[in-house]
Write a protein that binds this ligand. Sequence first.
Ligand code: ACM
Length: 564
Amino acid sequence: MKKILIMAALLASLDCLGCAAKPAEIRIVPAPENLETGKGTLNLRGISINCDPALDMPSIRAVRQFADRLSLVSGRTSSVATPIGLARVVENGKFKGLFFIKDASVAPEGYRISVTPRSAIVRASSFNGVLYALQTLRQMLPLSIYGTKPDTDAKWNIPCCEISDTPRFAYRGLMLDCCRHFWSVDEVKKVLDVMAIYKLNRLHWHLSDDQGWRIEIDKYPRLTEVGAFRNGTMIGGDWESNDGIRYGGYYTKDQIRDVIAYAAERGITIVPEIDLPGHMQAALTSYPELGCAGSQPQPYEVWTRWGVSRQVLNVGKESTMKFLEDVLGEVADLFPGEYIHIGGDECPRDEWKTDPDCQAKIAELGLTGEGDISAESRLQNYVTARMQKFLASKGKKIIGWDEILEGELSPGATVMSWRGTAGGIKAASMGYDVIMAPTTYCYIDYVQSSDLTAEPFSITHQWTKGDVAERPISLERVYGYDPLAEIPAGDQSHILGVQCNLWTEYIATPEHLEYMLFPRLMALSEISWSKPENKDFDAFKGGLAARQLPLLDMFGINYRKLDQ
Ligand code: ACM
């Protein structure tokens, strides 16, 4: 395979943005599986576009959007037809134009593109495959294809090439914490826009935590009336401080439906998270009867500081189980994806040791401690299993943070490995599906360089003595991660994919959020999509400088500049 580089055909776009006029290598991100460049180019300006009517409506709509934008920016109309029998015509190789053909032999989410000086033929078997082919075509065109201003001086050529491309992993995700700080629908959509360009397909939406409840639940209005707002926030890294400014927000169900639809149009499924049975202080503030006897401090308050609250749900009470099922029922009805994330991380079980309801439930279930698995730990297993069963009755599967593996876990659960890679390795060996999201490579709330004086305050600053971070999660570190590296060959099919997590305790503005996300999100794109043999950090970084970062500039994104 030739190196995955598309050369000077794209220079016009760089010129028009005022970038350096010297020849540059443009590299598609994420690197495709196979790309062979040929001689010559195909001019897409005014090209006729034909869609196989066998493609689904969302695919045809996506092609039409592409055609409309191409017409606008290139200054010549490209109309889209859906002629019957198109696939046969294309087989004959007689026609000029850009063709989109449904081809069941192409892998899910994969696509093939064949470009000659007369035609470009795109083949895909799925909506996402069509979307990803369009994203690759855009990456071969001048940058102004992403804009709305005519750029008639640009050369609307794409290089002759043969591309066949499939993702390495089916799950390519980003977790966004909307609890510690709240992100508007517009900001979430902006993130989705960029995820789509880089072929990421899951947004894990962290919607409940100690510091704020962010999703409207009809049966429990106080969750948002009370639980969505806190009376201030700690300042910087000072645990004892409080800025005294009331802070909060939540998403209405209509807003959530809007975001789900927006994501779906971009090939992205939302995985909502309701974190239980810990990280529930906002819910406890809304409905104190969900808490444990003697829980202190009282009254509950939506937490104004970071960390892990020791105040957790009283899971010994049937009424708490009903609350959880009611909430998860509404969440399951709202979100169309197959997975609901039920958290499960960092649940201190001290309160359960003395709470009479929890102890009675432990006795009723006959739970006993053994080794380092306590009876209270098994009580959490019981909660996980009940929610898993309840959600299965709604046609949903659960994902949980790797703590759900402690003790017993029912078959069919998916484990999200965050405390390093050990949980994921173990879960896969036990036959569970796994998403790798280890702190050691994928926590993009951590600082991006070892020089703490040069970076905005972060969780790494909070933990580090002195000015040097030992293990920053730099662009190169994220890029260097191979989610299968430590997984025995026989277990690898259980690794569904990889995710970066952006916790937002120390991130309060969209500008800072974007600084933490980009360009590490592009590294995530490549570790989740590209085969290891096609990865090359220097070429990736060169491509960022030449093409991807100017694109982020066009989108008004405050990314972190590359290290020289
Ligand atoms: C986590 O970072 N507590 C999953």
